[in-house]
Design a protein around this ligand. Structure first.
Ligand SMILES: Cc1ncc(C[n+]2csc(CCOP(=O)(O)OP(=O)(O)O)c2C)c(N)n1
Length: 355
């Protein structure tokens, strides 16, 4: 017998848990503005995220999906994209969305059950965050096909959890991306849990990254708590797609430090010590240690940033709580370009108060 095919999956980490560099860093790691902005985005999102949970707990928001502990991956994804690219995110990518001019208010509105939050005022191209798991990968592949067909120099980026990579939609998107060499990047947030299903029971695949190999393109695994590895590899994958060299799958190893959503209680299915251990690896502490080490950051700057982030969030909360409510019939207004006759009837009944 001979070997029909061979492959290997590379793993990349630059920053260790203590923020010290493991190997030579890419040149952007010494760009103070770039690195500090990434950090600021992460800290802002954490403040925003903490407040969202408080709003839900006090009955002022519907179910909310926290991004706690996964901020580096999302911040790097947003920073690596260009304005004209298209983002098809799942529901933990606030750090990327905010950098792409989606407002914190719009995200609060969305989770508050207000569909106007999905109609981004300052970003007409990106997709709303996808809750139907896996569907966003097909949207991204479709957008990437359009870019290629129109000969536009744009890239589609999509994000998904590791559990979502068991979905048919995910494999179909990968297949077409590989077959047509589309300018698309698949970023997998492997946060170890899909609600209560652990990574080990999710798939027999040794890595999620190798799923790309079956579709004929490169998959790479990175430390998703390492802002430098995330920015470097996602940036390279986007550049590659833009050059016409096809798709990439980036599997980022993170940990979901939060419950799945506010409707979940993760303490019922995972051990406390697993979470405590994962906290040691979390990205904000690590990035701050790096920035402090290289002289870009200090306690004074941190204190000022915390005040600024809180002020920003308070202002958004104020707007959110005072936003004009939608009329009930609005329930019917966002699903169809043209409402079917039976729903037109029901909508009227809601207006008349008879439903
Ligand atoms: C098509 C579909 N099936 C099931 C669900 C219910 N559901 C919501 S989140 C989730 C788990 C997703 O886990 P993962 O993809 O690992 O992402 P994570 O939430 O952990 O970031 C499931 C099964 C859904 N939203 N859509």
């Amino acid at each position: 017998m001979t070997t029909a095919a061979e492959f290997q999956i590379e793993y990349l980490q630059y920053l260790q848990a203590d923020g010290k560099a493991k190997s030579d860093l890419p040149s952007f790691a010494s760009d103070e503005t770039l690195m500090v902005n990434l950090y600021k985005t992460m800290v802002q999102v954490r403040a925003y995220d903490t407040k969202a949970i408080a709003l839900q707990r006090t009955g002022k928001m519907g179910t909310y999906a926290s991004t706690l502990g996964q901020e580096a991956l999302s911040a790097a994804t947003g920073a690596a994209m260009q304005k004209d690219d298209v983002f098809a995110p799942y529901y933990r990518d606030y750090a990327a969305q905010i950098q792409r001019s989606v407002s914190m208010l719009e995200i609060y509105q969305y989770w508050g059950g207000d569909e106007r939050g999905n109609c981004y005022q300052n970003n007409p191209h990106d997709f709303p965050m996808s809750v139907p798991i896996g569907s966003q990968c097909l949207h991204a592949a479709g957008a990437a096909f359009a870019f290629k067909y129109r000969k536009q120099n744009r890239v589609a980026v999509t994000t998904i959890g590791e559990g979502g990579t068991s979905e048919g939609d995910f494999y179909e998107a990968l297949n077409v991306a590989g077959a047509w060499k589309l300018p698309v990047v698949f970023v997998v947030n492997n946060n170890q849990w899909a609600i209560s299903v652990p990574r080990g029971s999710q798939t027999a695949c040794e890595t999620i990254a190798q799923k790309a190999i079956a579709a004929g393109f490169e998959g790479i695994q990175i430390d998703g708590n390492d802002i430098i590895a995330c920015r470097k590899i996602i940036g390279d994958a986007i550049d590659k797609a833009r050059r016409g060299d096809g798709p990439t799958l980036v599997e980022a190893i993170t940990y979901r430090l939060c419950d799945h959503t506010t409707a979940d209680d993760a303490s019922r299915y995972r051990e406390d010590n697993e979470v405590t251990n994962a906290q040691e690896l979390e990205p904000i502490k690590r990035t701050r240690a790096y920035l402090t080490d290289v002289g870009f950051w200090n306690d004074e700057k941190e204190a000022a940033l915390q005040v600024e982030c809180k002020k920003n969030v308070d202002a958004v909360v104020e707007q959110y709580l005072n936003i004009e409510q939608q009329p009930l019939e609005n329930l019917f207004d966002y699903h169809y370009a043209e409402l079917p006759a039976n729903l037109v009837e029901q909508r009227q009944e809601v207006i008349e108060g008879s439903l």
